[in-house]
Write a protein that binds this ligand. Structure first.
Ligand SMILES: Cc1ncc(COP(=O)(O)O)c(C=O)c1O
Length: 498
């Protein structure tokens, strides 16, 4: 049984409430008297700013202490389903920090950029081999940005055939990540939700009624967010192509099929990969991440620029212009530091190593599923790959304790909670994904913590209902925090900032 973390955290005032007048953490030379015209009154403060007065050690301790309030994969398991929080090896950081990568400027001449261009070429080539696509753009900055890109390629292809005004519908299964319909709408398409079958995967029958001249395509996450492989995707792709549409695969869960399936081989036209979820780079939702997009030969002419090509003499060149290109997504080469990390991971593991990643990720997830089945409902009793989705249905009925309560109580045991209430088609979803980087002991510890919480739910529900007890802050009103952000400190005696 893992120990509850004791006494590690205590309430800490905000930095504005620390220190005292006259205390300083720096020493600057006396300022020279100002010369020239003074600043006009309208630009001058009426009163000095409210700055905290602290010495250096207090500042460092304050922020270090706050940093310990966060859970991190380097502190313990992070079984966040669908988000694939795998450990990122430190070698990635070493290569990303090499001066040959950090000190170049993207506007330097090609001759000086050969090393960086070769890295981009090698990464694209490796991803092409794993996915089977003709071309991969490394430009998109996150999975969601990759979705936007892939759908833009489909849009360009449809417009090139003169069907832009009619082909506007994109089918999306009801298990999809929220970014899928958002990317569809951003491209001016219309999302059409289709139901997942009773066995947790998409059935061709759900697609048939939509085949027709209005169909632009289908967007399928595979394996889906229930952790189930979409076995009918090949047949569905043939049906969609037959109707003149395109197939987008959300490849966020590629970690579960790497080395087993090449999406291009089953009829996928375009797909994104989340480098953070499969190739061990830091996660940056929409921000400092990378979501490369693969595409077929037909779509490749619409790819964003620049792309890197190899000349006959073995040197590398940037192709920056193309009449049909969808344009630029990023000022230079994409999020280069992240791409270096992913390339390092790929070269470090090699082809066989990457296939082993998938085998272990699936084995770990199946082991976790088997162990947790004892404590929670498993709504879909079919074979799953990288993650397992449970429901709180029986537990809630019998004890009043919900998925959210379990998630909060797990924090007291030092575990990041799994993903909760997603996918939406599972009531009280509890979605756990261990990834290949967790050992059997780590998984057993997590199961032991869940088992303890479920035991408490029956014997001492208040303990679970009021959790967490041992974190920096207790249970927060999450809707309030999201809707009414307080981003500025206001001293206690004045009204809070709206
Ligand atoms: C299935 C799926 N699709 C898309 C995304 C969006 O990716 P990102 O957060 O990199 O934008 C995620 C996020 O992890 C995901 O799980």
């Amino acid at each position: 049984m893992p120990d509850i973390k004791k006494g590690m955290l205590r309430k800490v005032p905000v930095i504005f409430e620390l220190g005292c007048e006259g205390r300083e953490g720096f020493a600057l030379p006396e300022a020279e008297p100002l010369t020239g015209e003074p600043l006009p009154d309208r630009f001058r403060r009426a009163a000095p700013p409210l700055l905290p007065r602290l010495d250096e050690v207090s500042v460092v301790r304050h922020y270090t202490q706050l940093s310990h309030w966060n859970h991190a994969i380097e502190l313990g398991s992070y079984p966040l389903g669908s988000c694939t929080m795998k450990y990122n090896p430190k070698i990635n950081e070493i290569t990303a920090a090499l001066p040959g990568f950090t000190r170049v400027h993207p506007l330097q001449c090609e001759e000086h950029l050969q090393g960086s261009l070769e890295l981009l070429y090698v990464l694209e080539d490796s991803l092409k081999r794993l996915t089977g696509f003709e071309r991969i753009t490394l430009q998109p900055l996150a999975g969601a940005n990759g979705e936007f890109t892939g759908l833009s390629l489909i849009k360009k292809a449809i417009e090139a055939k003169g069907e832009g005004a009619t082909r506007r519908k994109i089918l999306i299964p009801d298990t999809a990540h929220g970014t899928n319909p958002a990317s569809v709408v951003l491209n001016g398409f219309e999302p059409v939700s289709i139901e997942t079958g009773a066995e947790g995967h998409l059935l061709p029958e759900a697609v048939v009624p939509h085949l027709g001249p209005e169909l632009a395509g289908i967007m399928v996450t595979n394996p889906n967010t229930l952790g189930i492989y979409e076995a009918s995707l090949k047949d569905i792709a043939a049906m969609v192509h037959g109707a003149g549409g395109y197939v987008y695969m959300d490849g966020a869960n590629f970690n579960a099929i790497m080395g087993k399936v090449r999406p291009a081989d089953i009829g996928v036209d375009t797909m994104h990969l989340n480098l953070h979820k499969t190739f061990s780079t830091p996660h940056g939702g929409g921000g400092p991440g990378a979501g490369p997009v693969g595409m077929t030969a037909e779509l490749a002419r619409f790819a964003p620029v620049p792309v890197v090509d190899r000349r006959d003499d073995g040197t590398f060149t940037l192709v920056t212009g193309s009449d049909d290109s969808m344009g630029k997504l990023h000022p230079f080469f994409g999020n280069f530091g992240v791409l270096v990390r992913a390339c390092t991971y790929i070269l470090e593991l090699g082809e066989e190593g990457l296939h082993e990643v998938t085998r272990r990720a699936v084995l770990n997830a199946r082991y976790l599923r088997k162990r947790l089945e004892e404590y929670l409902d498993l709504p879909y009793q079919v074979e799953t790959l990288h993650e397992a989705v449970f429901s709180d249905k029986t537990l809630k009925k019998e004890t009043g304790i919900s998925t959210m309560d379990i998630a909060k109580r797990l924090l007291d045991f030092g575990f990041h909670p799994p993903t909760v209430y997603f996918p939406l088609i599972v009531s009280g979803a509890f979605m756990a994904e261990p990834t290949e980087t967790e050992s059997k002991e780590d998984i057993d510890d997590f199961v032991a913590a869940v088992a303890t919480v479920i035991g408490e739910a029956r014997e001492n529900p208040d303990m679970v209902h009021n959790a967490p007890h041992n974190t920096g802050v207790g249970r927060l009103d999450e809707a309030f925090a999201a809707r009414k952000k307080i981003l500025r400190y206001t001293p206690a005696e004045t009204d809070p900032v709206d």
